[in-house]
Ligand binder design. Structure first.
Ligand code: AMP
Length: 214
């Protein structure tokens, strides 16, 4: 088994990079944020547990996250290669992931830290728009759709994620500093942290990551 992690503040481009890697490798993309949004849409118990935290930009409790990741790992994947996006976000999640992988005779292979200056992050998140139909991601100035508010790919309506409003974005960044940034040290000490310049454009960041993927 192989396991890699995309680590970085909200808006660092984890989802975009994950899409680039997924399309040119056989890694399975495991995004806890996407899983939680799907659970909310489906109205499941997990969705109900997660919704209020997500709307405020707070972290969903470790127990909920570890359960959904555990369920996903138990389903397996034909290539046995996993790319975690937005997970782990706390030291507890990181330790539990190590334990789970150890039981499978595996460990985290590489952790890619996507480095982006804070002002770039705030502008990226508050301008982000997503298609209700197909999930395609736009940005009001960086990646505008041809017709404002309408998806180029499927004609669906574009919306702003409730947690991308400016006030929530600032809280999410604070939560990242308080609860997630310590993972940088955790993985650096293990010698598996790889820094990626993700402050320019997604193509350059993806190319840099691909060239460093072992
Ligand atoms: P993301 O799409 O990765 O930005 O995640 C959106 C929101 O989902 C976060 O702001 C958290 O509320 C929640 N979330 C996603 N992944 C995790 C995680 N690993 N631990 C705790 N909360 C999470």
């Amino acid at each position: 088994m192989k396991a890699i992690i995309l680590l970085g503040a909200p808006g660092a481009g984890k989802g975009t990079l994950a899409e680039g890697i997924r399309s040119s490798t056989d890694y399975l993309h495991v995004s806890t944020g996407d899983m939680l949004r799907a659970a909310i849409k489906a109205g499941s118990k997990t969705g109900l547990e997660a919704k209020a935290y997500m709307e405020k930009g707070e972290l969903v409790p470790d127990g909920v996250i570890l359960r959904i990741v555990g369920e996903r790992l138990a389903q397996g994947n034909s290539t046995d290669k996993y790319m975690f996006d937005g997970f782990p976000r706390t030291l507890e999640q990181a330790r539990q992931l190590d334990e789970t992988l150890a039981k499978l005779g595996a460990s985290v292979n590489q952790v890619f830290l996507l480095e982006v200056p804070t002002p770039v992050i705030v502008s990226r998140l508050s301008g982000r728009r997503i298609c209700k139909g197909c999930g395609a991601v736009y940005h009001v100035t960086n990646i505008p759709s041809k017709v404002e508010g309408v998806c180029d790919q499927c004609g669906g309506a574009l919306y702003q994620r409730p947690d991308d409003s400016e006030a929530t974005v600032l809280n999410r960044l604070e939560v990242y500093q308080r609860q997630t940034a310590s993972l940088i040290d955790f993985y650096e000490k293990k010698g598996i942290l790889v820094r990626i310049n993700a402050g320019t454009n997604p193509q350059a960041a993806t190319a840099e990551l691909m060239s460093k993927l072992a």
